[in-house]
Design a protein around this ligand. Structure first.
Ligand SMILES: Cc1cc2nc3c(=O)[nH]c(=O)nc-3n(C[C@H](O)[C@H](O)[C@H](O)COP(=O)(O)OP(=O)(O)OC[C@H]3O[C@@H](n4cnc5c(N)ncnc54)[C@H](O)[C@@H]3O)c2cc1C
Length: 426
């Protein structure tokens, strides 16, 4: 198999890039120029994983099949897990695919490329904490569905127990931890409406953060508002508390032991350890080191999104956010369109921070908008912030589905919720 552009990773950035390139380059060529590779058959926008975990978003409805997206956007799709790279020969290897019983379905394959883009995302960082296997992670749709299934079982168990309580500890108060806390509270409220009055149970959420404030990467005012909102909802927010060890249903921390029926690890970010074995320069969290044109240390190999360490201002790196992946997809689409038309693309990538929005459930959000109206910065909260937060998801869908289908999908989901309720109980 040979393609002009191969994109590995169909997430927030890689899928948008493949769709943009396919529409520009593949239309008259039946998708023969651009190949997208992902280890999963369907796409879920990662910033919605906390909703899938809580059950307020159904992964089966939300998931978009890559093969359908490929046909609509004129690129090719291959499911597979990239396991090796030969940058001298310009080939990569996809591991053999196996079924649930370990039988081989597809043997190991080699793909050759003219230009390669690595967009493989990142996961959380356990910082070597012993007992990490006792925690749930939220790194992909499978993790989120696994948590959801166990969370429903734990909820049913709690509703029949003598204590009538369920405790969840979330380690790491970045966007993932904060949004998951708020979403679980919302899901709990929905659950109580479905349960009989003799089955009601209490949900205790503890958010454990090693730093001195939550949402450490965002402006202080957002941290303060979010802390107040979470505490008002009954979340126990522990700041400056380092987790030393995880045990089954227990965290050993610098502030003592915390008992929890379920533990979620949502701290830090780290890219896959296997990145360091691909022969490209990586940093200490396995991100590919790129220059301001998103070029890695090997010729014709680019990296973008969470798996790339891209220089920004004041010696900082471009943050690992969906908006950065989106901007890099647009930038690389321009670069390849120029290169494949034998034009030189020389302008560097410049990240523009438009601010951040955090969902606090209950039709509430909080965030800041940078350089928006008349170049001023704004603080937003409440329903306006929540709507703007939801519009980011729609913008991602618009990039891969177009305006009409995004509208239809949003309407279909609204109607589905009217019929089946918001909470996925199975
Ligand atoms: C719960 C949660 C909430 C978030 N909220 C926000 C938010 O509000 N705003 C925001 O800006 N950001 C948010 N983020 C961060 C945001 O999701 C990421 O920054 C963004 O998804 C990064 O995009 P990406 O394309 O680099 O990687 P991803 O979206 O993670 O996609 C990576 C893709 O690569 C595939 N892949 C990985 N390895 C391989 C391999 N070896 N072979 C083949 N395929 C592979 C994966 O299956 C995946 O599809 C949130 C993240 C989480 C988990």
């Amino acid at each position: 198999m040979h393609f002009d552009v191969v994109v590995v990773g169909g997430g927030a950035g890689g899928l948008e890039l493949a769709a943009q390139l396919g529409r520009h380059l593949g239309k008259n060529l039946g998708g023969e120029k651009v190949l997208l590779i992902d280890r999963f058959p369907y796409h879920i926008w990662k910033p919605t994983l906390h909703e899938v975990a809580a059950g307020t978003l159904d992964a089966h409805q939300e998931g978009l099949s890559y093969t359908v997206l490929a046909r609509r956007n004129h690129f090719s799709f291959s499911m597979g897990d990239m396991c090796a790279l030969d940058s001298a020969r310009k080939t990569l290897t996809l591991a053999a695919m196996k079924d649930g019983q370990g039988n081989e379905i597809v043997p190991q394959r080699t793909v050759s490329y003219k230009h390669l883009v690595l967009a493989m995302g990142s996961g959380s960082n356990s910082f070597g904490t012993p007992g990490i296997e006792n925690a749930y992670l939220l790194e992909n749709a499978v993790d989120a569905q696994h948590f959801h299934s166990d969370w429903l079982s734990a909820a049913v168990r709690a509703s029949f127990s003598a204590e009538r309580s369920l405790s969840v500890a979330i380690v790491g108060a970045g966007a993932t931890g904060v949004e998951l806390s708020a979403e679980l509270l919302e899901a709990h409220a929905e659950l109580l409406q479905s349960l009989g009055s003799n089955q009601r149970f209490r949900l205790d959420i503890t958010l454990v953060e090693g730093g001195e404030r939550i949402l450490g990467g965002l402006p202080e005012r957002i941290s303060e508002q979010a802390t107040v909102a979470l505490r008002r909802k009954g979340v126990k927010v522990l700041l400056g508390t380092r987790v030393q060890e995880l045990r089954k249903s227990e965290l050993l921390t610098s502030a003592g032991e915390i008992r929890a029926d379920m533990i979620v690890w949502a701290a830090g970010i780290k890219a896959a350890d296997s990145n360091a074995r691909l022969g490209l320069e990586v940093n200490r969290i396995n991100q590919f080191v790129v220059d301001d044109h998103l070029r890695t240390s090997a010729t014709d190999i680019y990296a973008m999104g969470d798996c790339a360490a891209c220089p920004w201002e004041e010696g900082k790196l471009v943050p690992a956010r969906a908006q950065a992946a989106h901007q890099q997809a647009t930038y690389l689409s321009g670069v390849f369109s120029a290169l494949l038309n034998e034009r030189e693309a020389s302008a560097p990538f410049v990240y523009k921070d438009f601010g951040s929005l955090v969902s606090l459930g209950d039709n509430k959000g909080v965030g800041n908008l940078m350089g928006g109206l008349a170049g001023k910065n704004f603080f937003v909260e409440g329903l306006v912030a929540k709507w703007m937060y939801m519009s980011l998801h729609l913008m991602h869908h618009r990039a891969i589905l177009g305006v009409g289908k995004t509208g239809l999908l949003a309407l279909a989901r609204l109607l589905q919720q009217r019929v089946s309720g918001r909470m996925k109980l199975h």
